[in-house]
Design a protein around this ligand. Structure first.
Ligand code: NDP
Length: 346
């Protein structure tokens, strides 16, 4: 029987991409009792609601996958909401987890916590070693605060709050919004739309040369559960009280241009792919060093091609279940034979 047996496990953000993958993984474990609340049922930015919820529920473990998340557009336009809401969510959940003597908590951060010019591959100890990427600084600061909240409660109160920093994630449940998605789901959307509208060309911002790492969301969920299964003693040997977070990445890099070709092939788009070199590339390379997590016996399973195929399948299912929304979204693209340049967070 698993360590989660008889445990009441709260997955915060269970309707999101990562939270729903954690739920899928936990459902495969015997004896795990899941406690789930939608945003509407429990607003985690509201301390009194979080207090009441934790007081009523005898929760043993928390996976904190709820966050205000968005692409470059949202991060640039709503930095105040990004920093405030994420600080509120983390602060409320982590504080209440301590107050109600929860056994374990896992906080999900992001690779954007690392300095913009961090050496590659990025090791955990590079945190706070230099300036952050300006476009998502507010979000990154909130995520760094989440790690430091966990560490501070651990140091002062002896709690067992852990943190994991994923690389770029993708998979079912992703955000395929036309203007505000991450690069991989954004490309799926773009090539699908171009294929449907028979566009002759898809133009992508930048040179296509930056290297990026991607991890399938179910591999991320398995990393989360794997980390939570480790004993405190094992983790103490691998981490430090003030550098307790672990990176989670696939370790495989792909150029954006190659990724575009792969997605074009999988979506069936046969037109031309162009790159707009006058537009910024972002950082040339972003690769996490996940050797610490791997030394605990975790490794990702999903090959990129197969992961993209499954994600496209999921996207297609969404498209067919919301034909009107899709038609509205793609209406302006069908008027032209050339799609708008793609500006995505890479
Ligand atoms: P999603 O946007 O898919 O999911 C976030 C979830 O949080 C949603 O279910 C959302 O509910 C919920 N939520 C947001 N605000 C509140 C609130 N005030 N109260 C209760 N619930 C709330 O994000 P992801 O699953 O992609 O991300 C999850 C975590 O993983 C985040 O911490 C993110 O930083 C991290 N991560 C994600 C990466 C990625 O590539 N996607 C990469 C690296 C890290 P609702 O939609 O109803 O508001």
């Amino acid at each position: 029987m698993s360590k989660h047996a008889q445990e009441r496990v709260f997955v915060a953000g269970h309707r999101g991409m990562v939270g729903s993958a954690i739920v899928r993984a936990l459902r495969k474990q015997a004896g795990c009792q899941l406690i789930l609340r939608s945003h509407e049922e429990l607003d985690l930015t509201q301390e009194s609601q979080v207090q009441d919820f934790f007081a009523e529920q005898a929760i043993g473990t928390v996976y904190l996958a709820a966050a205000r998340v968005g692409g470059i557009y949202a991060n640039q336009h709503y930095p105040a909401e990004f920093i405030r809401q994420n600080l509120q969510i983390e602060s409320n959940v982590i504080h209440c987890a301590w107050k109600h003597r929860m056994q374990k908590l896992l906080f999900l951060g992001s690779s954007c916590i690392y300095p913009r010019a961090a050496p590659q591959p990025i090791r955990e100890e590079y945190l706070l070693g230099g300036p952050l990427e300006a476009t998502n600084e507010a979000y990154a600061i909130a995520k760094i605060a989440g790690i430091k909240l966990c560490e501070s409660y651990n140091r002062q109160y002896g709690t067992d709050f852990r943190s994991i920093m994923p690389t770029n994630l993708y998979g079912p449940g992703d955000n395929f919004h036309k203007e505000d998605s991450h690069v991989l789901p954004g490309l799926i959307r773009r090539f699908h739309d171009a294929q449907v509208t028979q566009a002759s060309e898809v133009m992508i911002w930048g040179s296509g040369q930056p290297l990026r790492e991607f991890l399938y969301v179910d591999d991320m969920a398995s990393a989360c559960l794997h980390l939570m299964r480790q004993s405190r003693e094992t983790l103490a040997k691998l981490t430090a009280p003030q550098c307790s977070h672990l990176n989670a990445g696939s370790g495989e890099e792909i150029r954006i241009a190659m990724l575009a070709l792969l997605i074009a092939e999988i979506t069936g788009y046969e037109g031309h792919i162009a790159f707009d070199n006058s537009k910024p590339d972002g950082t040339p390379r972003k690769l996490l060093d996940s050797s610490r997590l791997r030394s605990l016996g975790w490794s990702p399973r999903m090959p990129l091609r197969e992961g993209i195929r499954l994600t496209v399948q999921h996207f297609m299912a969404l498209q067919s279940s919301t034909p009107l929304a899709n038609a509205a979204d793609t209406a302006h693209a069908s008027a032209a034979t050339r799609t708008e340049p793609l500006a995505l967070r890479v």
